[in-house]
Design a protein around this ligand. Sequence first.
Ligand code: ZN
Length: 231
Amino acid sequence: MSLSLDLKYTHLVSTRFEKFARKGDYLFNVRCPICGDSKKNKAKMRGFIYKKGNDLFYKCHNCAAGLSLGNLIKQIAPDLHKEYVLERYKTGEDGLSNRGHKAINIPTPRFDKLSTDLRYDNWERCDRLPAGHFCLNYLEGRKIPKEFYSKLYFTTNYQKLCDEINPNHGKEKLSADARLVIPYFNEYNVLTAVSGRLIINYVMLWYVPMIVKKNYCMAWTVSIPTKLSRL
Ligand SMILES: [Zn+2]
C-alpha cells in the first residue's frame, strides 16, 4: 500500500523538479533539487527516485544525498508533506518505516507461560492481601482497576526481596522498606526486572528499579494502559 502511495506522491511532486523523467515502474530520474545538480550543464540529471523494499527513496549521484521519499517531499514540497504523512498513517503505515529502518521482528508473546504467580518469600500478590491493607488503600487511591491487583506485588522489605530474586543485583542502595512491586516480563514471560514503588511519600526515591536480566528495557503494558500510565 505504501508503494502505491509513494508513487502517487512522486507524481504529485514531479512538477517541483527542474527536470523529471520516468525510467521504469519504480525508477525516476530528476535534476537534483538539493544540490542543483550541474551548474554548467543544465541537462544533467543525477538524482534518482528508486524502490527499496516497499518504499521509494531518493539518491543523488552528484551530492550523495540519500533520503526517504518522505524527507525529499519535506524539502521540496513542504505543503504536501503533512498530507503525505497523514495518508501513510491512514494506510496503516507508521510514517517511520519510510526511513530505511529494518523491520523489527518481535516474537509473538507466549501467554501460555504467563508467570503471574511468581513465588518469592518476600512478596505477596496484591490480590491476596487482607482487606484494608495499606497497599490496597494505595492502589485504590491511585484508581488501579482491581483486575490488575493479581499482577502487582507487595513487599515489607524491598531490599530483601531484591536479594532473593537476584542475589547478584549489584546495587548498594536498595531501600529496606515496604513497597508496591511492579514486575516486568519479556516476551516469554520471564521476569526481567522489578520496580519498587514507595507507598508513603517520605523520601525522593519513589521508584527503585532492579534489573533481573540484562538487555531488556523496562516497559509495562496491559490492555488498558491509560489506566496504569501513572502507577
Ligand atoms: Zn544532488
